[in-house]
Design a protein around this ligand. Structure first.
Ligand code: NAG
Length: 431
């Protein structure tokens, strides 16, 4: 039984308690622990009542993914010292994979929407219509009496038929397609600028529906991926929508990561050279590249995220998560990360030696360690060779092929920087 959570969630707890006492027998009240009942989830605050940066402990190392937000606090009985929190000795950590999937993963998704992405629009309130003409798919989405339209372009491998549909990689910004088509993987692209302009003007199909909402453009692009997947499902029988990957590079890689995060249909997330707000760490930002940070990314392109992230400017080390938490939230679905050692812009080294191995600790703990991969290649930012470098892993995930390439090999970066995620030596051991 968790000890007392901090004061900001007492109102919520009270409501839960009242609701329970109205409808349930006394033995089911939440303050009575039963041996055989699953552990209660830590309370998650309602939207826009999340802790401010100043309520959260300063963490100079990558936050413990197993510690619920309610207990990421130095206050009160449920809290711990900042040192214990960083070391994986915080109170009330997640104990089992079952608890992770039932409690912590949904909490991370909500937390990320609150602090970074903005709230993803409810897809059940949308109507999606796809019209195919040759290799062009026109997608029309209506919600709340408004309509937005954009198009996707299909490239199908010669082997794809309605009886033998091909897996698909959906991309924004283009990719090296030839080897994919030859391997029997369809490639579908869409003009992301028609979904949401890369600026604060709020034009494009997403904003035709949701103009004025406090949502980042990365989330709008993610929404574009998902609506393309809807269209492929309804109008392109030569594609198998259950075997899909999503990709893009740099800012578009940040968008691809969001696409994987917010739709469980995505089987494989493939962020290329994605950097900060992708899989570049907010902490340890200066290990390589030109020192992309929360501050300079928010200043240069504030529209990528919601206003939530702006509240952590100059306080990135108070964030209760980092890029490895985002990666871990994708499990058990697959993730392959591309970074080039010659990337002058993003922190390739930080992604390779910290974010990847820290996320892999969680994947391993969940029993799906073979579903996360790090591709360290030569070449610079968004070098097209990255697509060839990740292709074997794509065929493993989307086509069940046996591969020999070792995606734990960090190349010239050497070994994981384990001091950056000290909680990894104290992963929860289920009783
Ligand atoms: C994947 O391949 C393995 C052998 O390589 C086989 O045992 C398994 O049934 C295959 N799974 C699917 C879903 O085809």
């Amino acid at each position: 039984m968790p000890t007392s959570p901090p004061s900001w969630c007492s109102a919520l707890l009270g409501l839960t308690y009242i609701a329970s006492s109205l409808s349930l027998p006394a033995t089911a009240l939440p303050n009575i622990a039963r041996q055989d009942a699953p552990a209660e989830c830590a309370p998650v605050p309602p939207a826009s009542q999340f802790p401010a940066w100043s309520d959260l402990p300063l963490q100079t190392t990558m936050p413990d993914p197993f510690l619920p937000l309610a207990y990421t606090t130095t206050a009160g009985e449920g809290g711990s010292s900042a040192g214990d929190i960083m070391a994986g000795k915080g109170k009330n950590r997640i104990q089992t994979p079952e608890e992770w999937y039932r409690c912590r993963q949904p909490e991370i998704l909500q937390m990320l929407q609150e602090y970074q992405y903005g709230y993803y629009p409810d897809p059940t309130l949308e109507t999606v219509t796809a019209t195919r003409s040759g290799n062009t798919l026109t997608i029309e989405v209506s919600a709340g009496g408004k309509t937005g339209r954009f198009a996707a372009t299909l490239s199908l491998p010669s082997t794809a038929t309605a009886d033998a549909p091909a897996p698909v990689v959906i991309n924004i910004g283009g990719m090296a397609s030839q080897a994919y088509l030859q391997a029997g993987v369809a490639v579908v692209g869409f003009d992301y600028t028609r979904v949401a302009a890369d600026s604060n003007v709020q034009t494009g199909a997403f904003w035709d529906l949701y103009k004025g909402r406090d949502i980042g453009v990365l989330t709008a692009w993610a929404w574009g991926f998902h609506r393309v997947l809807d269209g492929l499902t309804s109008a392109v029988p030569e594609i198998d929508p259950l075997r899909s990957g999503v990709t893009g590079c740099s800012r578009l890689g940040k968008g691809a990561l969001a696409a994987g995060l917010f739709d469980a249909r995505v089987a494989l997330t493939m962020p290329m050279s994605s950097g900060v707000q992708g899989l570049g760490p907010y902490r340890y930002h200066g290990l390589s590249g030109q020192d992309e940070t929360l501050e300079n990314s928010k200043e240069g392109a504030g529209w990528w995220s919601s206003s939530g992230l702006g509240r952590f400017v100059n306080h990135a080390e108070n964030l209760p998560y980092d890029a490895h938490t985002i990666a871990a939230a994708l499990a058990p679905r697959a993730l392959v990360i591309d970074q080039g050692t010659g990337d002058a812009f993003t922190n390739s080294k930080g992604t390779a030696v910290i974010v990847y191995p820290a996320a892999k600790v969680v994947y391993d703990w969940l029993g799906v360690g073979d579903r996360i991969a790090m591709s360290v290649r030569g070449g610079g930012h968004c070098d097209m060779s990255g697509f060839d470098s990740v292709l074997p892993f794509v065929t493993k995930i989307l086509q069940n092929q046996t591969i020999t390439k070792n995606y734990d090999d960090l190349g010239t970066y050497g070994e994981p920087m384990t001091t950056a995620y000290p909680w990894a030596t104290a992963v929860p051991q289920p009783a």
